[in-house]
Design a protein. Structure first.
Ligand SMILES: Cc1ncc(COP(=O)(O)OP(=O)(O)O)c(N)n1
Ligand SMILES: Cc1ncsc1CCOP(=O)(O)O
Length: 494
């Protein structure tokens, strides 16, 4: 028998006869994420787009039989919890989870979009006491967060406190979704925290009445992405993009709010959220100048001598990436690099040292994700420097997108020996996907393990720039390699 490769996700939730939410939305989502969905149906609801007419909670024996049937044959990689209806269901699920070691996402479903009660009174306390401590992630909307905390949350400014308080009740982490909170800068903002770290995901404010199944779809998309091996932060970004896409494409099917659409992996940048550590300020973001066209071949080198050597060859984009100089020696190296850039009319980016780059009026700076924690981004923009940002994952792209930089670097495409990397190579298919999502809005460059042979396949993805260290700096004849690489870039551009 073939071994199983497809991850299994269970949905323990209620059936929505209208097909827009509950188990039905979860299975549609699992299908789009190419995971196998198993179901434990906690209740049968008779509902349409107007109202929940009837709720029949699954008898205990039937509930237990479903769990046992799956547990013995189709064990879950991830479990998603939705409508848990009453205390008996919550208790039985909590008991099962005591022995379960996988990831648990809980959407604390309380009220349907049409206003119908989906959780009996008093069950919330039971959920907090018995289930919260076993939830890796809770995904309440505003009213669910208020019910859990038993207090009103008065707006975006109170969300961080509320999320921390929910974590203090026992959940490992929480994301409060912002669909019912006021929009800011025409975006909706979700906040995640595990009580130590926190971040905001801000996505387009989509004006639609067809929001039925949003919470179910969001939580099941997170569960599916985790089962597919994504880190939680990536899973949140992907799931938010999936829901935004679903809201944008949703159509009204009955007389009331229509269901969120389930139309595959998100593809459009407009659906992707941006990621930021703080709630985005009101008003416009800092603006960075463009790179004046495609970057082309982009050597990353560790000295001004290398810059001089490669600019003579006609290279038009280059980065000074110095790791072993400081003080006056560092400043002198940067000054020389900037002067060479002016002399050869080339784009010289300075890695890491953004303050000196500003003082020396460099063409641009390149920052990694850790640098973003400490750099004064507004100051770089105000000084008129270009900004390039490294990205390795979905959430890092979401973070870069929040800054609207001059270019985004995507890597590592292949494994690299030039830098210790906590990330697996993204591969050419994922690079192609990034080109599809980002290419219309951002100047891009691909980096990591690329040599002449690989550059051909990398350029075939549509990316118009390849950044490299070792293939150039460790070549026997760097000038010849650069000439060949520049020719490849030119051919790809025509
Ligand atoms: C074009 C380009 N892409 C990525 C990087 C990596 O930058 P960073 O993440 O800051 O890591 P270090 O270069 O500092 O090791 C880069 N330098 N250039
Ligand atoms: C700095 C950096 N960031 C992502 S991959 C990488 C190293 C690229 O070096 P090489 O081209 O030698 O693989």
């Amino acid at each position: 028998m073939a071994s199983r490769k497809k991850p299994i996700v269970w949905s323990i939730a209620g059936s929505d006869s209208g097909g827009g939410a509950g188990i039905q939305a979860d299975l549609a989502t699992f299908h789009n994420f190419a995971v196998h969905g198993c179901t434990v149906i906690t209740a049968i609801t008779a509902q349409n787009s107007f109202a929940v007419g009837h709720v029949s909670v699954t008898p205990r024996r039937t509930l237990a039989a479903q769990i046992n049937a799956l547990d013995s044959d189709l064990p879950a990689d991830v479990i998603k919890l939705g409508m848990l209806a009453d205390e008996g269901v919550v208790s039985m699920v909590a008991k099962y989870l005591e022995g379960y070691i996988g990831f648990v996402v809980c959407d604390p479903v309380m009220v349907s979009t049409s206003g119908g009660e989906l959780m009996a009174t008093g069950v919330c306390e039971c959920l907090i006491e018995k289930l919260l401590p076993r939830c890796d992630l809770l995904t309440p909307n505003l009213s669910e967060a208020e019910a859990i905390l038993n207090r009103k949350i008065k707006g975006l400014d109170e969300i961080e406190r509320a999320a921390a308080d929910i974590v203090a009740l026992g959940a490992r982490s929480v994301i409060i979704t912002g669909g019912h909170l006021t929009a800011r800068n025409n975006e909706r903002h979700d906040y995640w925290t595990d009580g130590i770290e926190g971040f905001w995901l801000s996505g387009a404010n989509i004006d639609t009445l067809n929001t039925h199944g949003t919470g179910c779809t969001f939580s099941s998309a997170i569960a599916a992405a985790i089962a597919r091996g994504y880190d939680l932060r990536d899973a949140l970004v992907i799931a938010k993009a999936y829901v935004s896409q679903g809201l944008r494409m949703a159509v009204q099917l009955g007389g009331g709010p229509g269901p969120v659409a389930h139309v595959g992996w998100p593809q459009r940048l407009a659906d992707f959220p941006s990621f930021s550590r703080r709630l985005p300020a009101l008003g416009p973001r800092p603006v960075f100048p463009s790179c004046d066209g495609e970057l082309g071949l982009y050597p990353v080198v560790d000295s001004a001598d290398w810059i001089a050597r490669l600019l003579v060859c006609g290279v038009k984009t280059i980065q000074l990436r110095v790791k072993n100089l400081q003080g006056e020696a560092l400043r002198k190296e940067i000054q020389r690099a900037v002067a060479l850039g002016r002399e050869y009319n080339a784009r010289v980016f300075i890695n890491d040292f953004w303050k000196i780059a500003i003082e020396e009026q460099a063409y641009g700076v390149h920052l990694g994700q850790e640098d973003l924690d400490v750099a004064d981004i507004a100051m770089i923009a105000k000084a008129g420097l270009r900004l390039g940002v490294s990205t390795h994952t979905y959430y890092e792209v979401a973070r870069a997108h929040g800054l609207r930089p001059s270019y985004i670097a995507i890597g590592p495409v292949y494994s690299t020996t030039s830098k210790q990397m906590p990330f697996s190579p993204q591969g050419v298919p994922q690079l192609r996907r990034w080109v599809g999502i980002l290419g219309g809005d951002y100047t891009l460059t691909a980096i990591g393990g690329i040599d002449i042979k690989r550059a051909k396949e990398v350029l075939r993805t549509g990316v118009r720039s390849v950044a490299m260290i070792s293939a150039i700096t460790q070549a026997e004849d760097p000038e010849a390699v650069v000439a060949e690489l520049m020719a490849l870039h030119e051919a790809a551009a025509t």
